[in-house]
Design a binder for this molecule. Structure first.
Ligand code: ZN
Length: 408
């Protein structure tokens, strides 16, 4: 589908006129003269640290009486970013989210157990608003309290589980451990907020006997629900009536041709409260050039393969955790969980990969397979430690996998 530049231009004019943040960013640029995509691609990017500098409400583009709600991104490094929403923004988000559910084959007869957190974070309330808009039954359990979670799942016969992949795995393993598989009625899982590998997917899907759908989004841009898998599982459809997506080379900022992997940059086309122009997500993916076999008119991006800031560099070699997941998925007898420990021993960088064996008797075989696969695929020699299944920590939110203790 070709892009109608007039829609992008309208969004650009709106942001340049109403947002103090963009007025400042575009100082010295004649926005009236931005007439085509090439001009547009010369505009500066905006980034999370810019938004942080506008804390608390510097990106608000409407008068106070139009703002009905705020959300905030997590403030693990410095101040959080506060995003104001108008009534229309909230409605648009729920409409997009309802589309996500429909795309995943969910309808008004479903019972949707929502385990992501509620509150300042955008997740839980987004899942809920979309569910209500669709007319399905929301079961807003929120995160944690696994006993209650499973009680609801069994008694209310939940058919859909919304969760982070880490929490979905924790729940699946608990279902397995308690032997309550035949009392579970789940059919689908909507899984978001962290990147996850094929091993984790197949483990969750096989224990719970459900079809899994990746959902994508970020707090700065409504929240989850801006893209989702379809039943073909060939990529995530995104709502191009609400967003303009670009893929750039994260080092040079140059826009890459369709099909190439790079950093996703998003422009919002309808957002009122806090419009964003050329916003760098730091998520690595690609726009899939071919139409999806499902026949949807909405284009697709590939799964998120990592973030520009989680690249690991050791002994001069760069790679992403997704590459580790993909090589682990080729090794038999291993679980989906792993940890990467990077340290310095006698002035040398050492990478230790901790994994779990489904059958601990195969430990030696696994260790040698992992080390060989690493050497062949990534090109460095590593140490591998193999533990019994369930030894590595499970998480109710996102799993921390990389521990870098280097000081050399
Ligand atoms: Zn599709």
């Amino acid at each position: 589908m070709t892009v109608d530049f007039n829609i992008i231009k309208k969004a650009l004019n709106y942001a340049a006129k109403n947002s103090g943040f963009y007025r400042k960013l575009f100082q010295g640029i004649d926005i009236g003269k931005i007439d085509n995509l090439k001009d547009f691609e010369s505009l500066p990017f905006s980034d999370k640290h810019d938004l942080r500098a506008a804390y608390p409400l510097g990106i608000q583009a409407v008068p106070d009486d139009k703002v009905v709600r705020i959300h905030a991104s997590s403030g693990t490094t410095g101040k959080s970013v506060i995003i104001p929403y108008t009534k229309k923004d909230v409605e648009d988000w729920s409409l997009m989210f309802a589309r996500c559910y429909k795309m995943a084959g969910i309808n008004a007869t479903d019972r949707v157990q929502i385990t992501p957190g509620y509150g300042l974070w955008t997740a839980g309330i987004g899942f809920q608003a979309g569910c209500e808009r669709l007319g399905a039954m929301a079961i807003p359990t929120g995160p944690g309290n696994t006993d209650r979670q499973l009680e609801m799942m069994v008694d209310l016969k939940s058919t859909v589980l919304c969760a982070t992949s880490s929490y979905a795995l924790l729940l699946a393993e608990e279902v397995n451990r308690r032997g309550i598989k035949d009392r579970i009625h789940l059919k689908r899982g909507i899984i978001g907020s962290e990147r996850w590998g094929d091993l984790m997917r197949s483990r969750i899907a096989s224990i719970l006997n459900i079809e899994l759908f990746d959902i994508y989004g970020l707090t700065e841009i409504y929240g989850p629900g801006i893209a989702i898998d379809c039943p073909c599982h060939k990529g995530m459809h995104y709502w191009n009536d609400y967003f303009y997506f670009e893929i750039i080379d994260p080092d040079t900022g140059k826009v890459l041709p369709k099909g190439e992997y790079g950093e996703l940059v998003i422009t919002t086309l309808k957002k009122e409260g806090a419009p964003l122009i050329r916003y760098r997500t730091h998520d690595l993916t690609r726009i899939i050039p071919d139409p999806c076999p499902c026949g949807s008119i909405f284009p697709t991006i590939d799964r998120i393969i990592g973030r520009t800031d989680d690249m690991i560099k050791i002994k001069g070699v760069s790679f992403y955790p997704s590459q580790i997941e993909s090589l682990l998925s080729e090794i038999k007898g291993i679980s989906s969980e792993y940890q990467i420990i990077i340290s310095c021993q006698e002035g040398k960088e050492v990478l230790t990969l901790k994994v779990e064996a489904t059958d601990i008797c195969a430990r030696d075989q696994i260790v040698s397979s992992v080390c060989n696969a690493f050497k062949t695929n990534i090109g460095i020699k590593i140490d591998c430690e193999c533990f019994e299944l369930g030894s590595l920590p499970r998480s109710e939110k996102k799993s921390k996998r990389v521990y870098d203790y280097r000081q050399c």
